[in-house]
Design a protein around this ligand. Structure first.
Ligand code: PSU
Ligand code: MN
Length: 304
């Protein structure tokens, strides 16, 4: 174990005794939702994982330490500090660690730290991808590269149409990342169940998700697996409402010259305001839904 990694007592004990563990990211807390709903949601997600028989490990960088398993106080701290915490992707780790600073982990860095700790399943809301207009901007999330390299199963609700979903799927195909639809043949579009794009495989049970991941590991195939789990019907948003909000948010981002790592947080916050908070309610429900599936899958993975 490297000197910068700090696994909480509970997570260490779970990993040592072969209990299921589910990793959770912290950028969704600091940059993905407003305070206090971010903290409430993070704690509810942890409770959902416990209720489904697994141990949650919220991942973050605190005082330069890579934490696998944050306390409720640390979650509150990150949530309150919000966007003042550095959004930490792969490129940020060396300097943040050396300086003893804090960082909120994205999908990328959560995968890196989960893999260091020996955690195989990670639940979140949405992943980054190829942004619309990436032909000009080159804005392609590091999350896609990490999925190509790091052996963690990421359970999400698909990708938001703030991204170019077709190009995101092409990129994942090139990189050899399996894209699974949970109970669906279609890539879910985060706030809605449908995108019009197909996934590589439909899988209907946590047992089969675990079996596919085990096969990947046994064959020494590098990289992760992307499981896309549609938002439950009753919480999904009307397509016209969400698409209108996304189009307007993207137009504003372009007008204001928002780019780089500020792009995704800006779009999420604007979409929330433009939908009168409805998108936040949907966001919370889909994360809880992913936490349930992740706990069930982590359980299956521990039974070999
Ligand atoms: N999508 C969401 N909520 C989020 C993110 C994405 O619905 O909080 C965060 C995740 O941490 C993801 C990151 O890894 O944004 C991607 O940022 P970028 O597009 O800058 O790579
Ligand atoms: Mn980007």
């Amino acid at each position: 174990m490297n000197q910068y990694l700090e696994i909480s007592g509970e997570v260490q004990e779970a990993l040592r005794s072969g209990k299921p563990v589910v990793a959770l990211e912290s950028t969704i807390i600091s940059h993905g939702m407003p305070y206090p709903q971010n903290v409430e949601t993070a704690l509810r997600v942890e409770q959902t994982i416990r209720d489904n028989g697994a141990v949650p490990a919220t991942i973050a960088i605190i005082g330069g330490k890579l934490k696998a398993g944050c306390t409720a106080e640390e979650i509150e701290y990150l949530g309150k500090k919000g966007q003042a915490v550095t959004k930490a992707s792969r490129r940020d780790l060396p300097v943040l660690i050396a300086r003893g600073e804090d960082g909120a982990t994205t999908v990328t860095t959560t995968m890196i730290i989960a893999a260091m700790a020996g955690i195989k399943v990670f639940a979140t809301g949405g992943i980054g991808g190829v942004h619309r207009g990436a032909q000009q901007t080159f804005d392609i999330s590091a999350d896609l590269e990490e999925l190509a390299e790091t052996p963690v199963m990421v359970i999400c609700a698909g990708a938001k149409s703030i991204l170019d979903l077709g190009l995101t799927l092409e990129y994942l195909e090139t990189k050899g990342v399996p894209v699974i639809g949970y109970g669906t043949d279609e890539l879910p579009a985060f706030y809605t169940r449908h995108s019009g794009f197909g996934v590589d495989y439909r899988i209907d049970t946590p047992e089969e998700l675990a079996a596919a991941f085990r096969a990947k590991e046994a064959c020494g195939l590098k990289g992760g697996m992307l499981v896309t789990n549609p938002i439950p019907e009753e919480y999904s948003m009307p397509v016209e409402v969400i698409n209108a909000a996304i189009d307007q948010a993207i137009a504003e981002a372009n007008e204001q010259g928002i780019h780089g790592k500020a792009c995704t947080p800006f779009l999420l916050a604007r979409v929330k305001d433009l939908t009168g908070g409805d998108s936040l309610a949907a966001n919370i429900q889909l994360v809880l839904n992913n936490a349930r599936l992740a706990a069930q899958t982590a359980k299956c993975l521990t039974l070999s």
